[in-house]
Design a protein. Structure first.
Length: 328
């Protein structure tokens, strides 16, 4: 059956992405075939496209989608044909009308959550779940604790602001404009810092009475690394989970001693969802937060699949707040 998918033959700019006809066959053991109703857009897709995270070529792009299961392969028991489903999963290939893929990280989508929300929330929402619930400083986090979250008005950040509020945390968010700071505050951030006009590390020390924060969640990378370390309280944790401004330079491990016996980790979602059981448990918590209304998924923009180059340009230029989706 011929379908459409976005493919790159070489790494590079948005113009490398081509929408082409592809053959989608039957699912093999442990696989499903899913017809997408919506596809998610994430910064990891840019890393895959530009070669920062190299893929075997030619490569398909996209890590997140939602739609209807059309067929299941041998051994798949948690899904059946006709199920509404959503996922954030390896390997890439979500920018497509339909695909065959491993079933283990594909989850049944609750009826209360529509397809567009499902496609916009899985990678970002599961990322927030593993950060705020699993990537924790010494002694964990308790209500009232300060945390710093960079890019607080992005798709991941706005979910984090709401989830942190639900946990009683005092989230300090950074963003690149007054409007984005306001959006973070409206979404549950206790404080917001415009990093273009303020020294965020100095402001964090001011907000916390000089103590610093227990944990910094940093998806920006090179531009914020040094400042993030300077925000940590003794024994604090810096969780570097992305590099939107470029990769972090090699570090001198002695720096961690000088900053107060601090910790650094570089987690990734795909380690956390490596088994069906783990993915389901994380997904259940995310679905609960969204279904209850404690976390609302903001979809800032919708693009046709053929407009994927424009979507990537907007993503790289930081023109988007909240989430964005592609419509097959």
């Amino acid at each position: 059956m011929n379908e459409k998918a976005v493919v790159i033959d070489a790494p590079g700019g948005p113009e490398q992405m081509k929408l082409v006809d592809v053959e989608v066959g039957a699912p093999g053991p442990g696989e499903i075939r899913i017809r997408h109703e919506a596809c998610g857009l994430n910064y990891i897709d840019v890393y895959h496209r530009n070669g920062s995270y190299p893929l075997p070529l030619p490569a398909r792009l996209g890590m997140e989608g939602a739609g209807v299961v059309e067929a299941v392969g041998e051994g798949v028991t948690h899904l059946k044909a006709g199920d509404r489903a959503a996922y954030a999963s390896q390997p890439p290939g979500a920018y497509a009308t339909a695909r065959v893929m491993p079933a283990k990280a594909v989850l049944k989508l609750p009826d209360a959550i529509d397809f567009e929300t499902g496609a916009a929330m899985m990678l970002k929402g599961l990322t927030v779940q593993y950060l705020l619930r699993k990537t924790l400083p010494q002694g964990g986090l308790r209500a009232g604790d300060f945390v710093l979250f960079h890019a607080a008005a992005g798709g991941v950040g706005l979910i984090a602001c709401q989830w942190a509020r639900a946990l009683g945390l005092q989230l300090i968010g950074t963003a690149g404009s007054a409007e984005k700071c306001q959006l973070a505050l409206q979404s549950g951030a206790a404080h917001a810092i415009n990093y273009r006009s303020e020294d965020f590390a100095a402001r964090v020390r001011d907000i916390t009475g000089g103590r610093g924060v227990k944990v910094v969640y940093d998806s920006v990378g090179a531009d914020t690394w040094e400042g993030s370390l300077n925000c940590l309280a003794p024994f604090g944790l810096l969780a570097s989970f992305g590099a939107a401004s470029g990769p972090v330079a090699p570090i001198n491990i002695g720096t961690l001693a000088a900053k107060g016996s601090v910790y650094v980790t570089r987690p990734t979602l795909f380690t956390h969802i490596a088994t069906q059981e783990a993915a389901q448990a994380m997904g259940d918590e995310l679905f609960g937060m969204v279904s209850s209304g404690q976390v609302k998924i903001r979809i800032d923009k919708r693009y046709a699949l053929a407009e994927v180059a424009e979507a990537h340009r907007d993503l790289e230029a930081r023109r988007l707040t909240g989430s964005a989706i592609l419509r097959p």
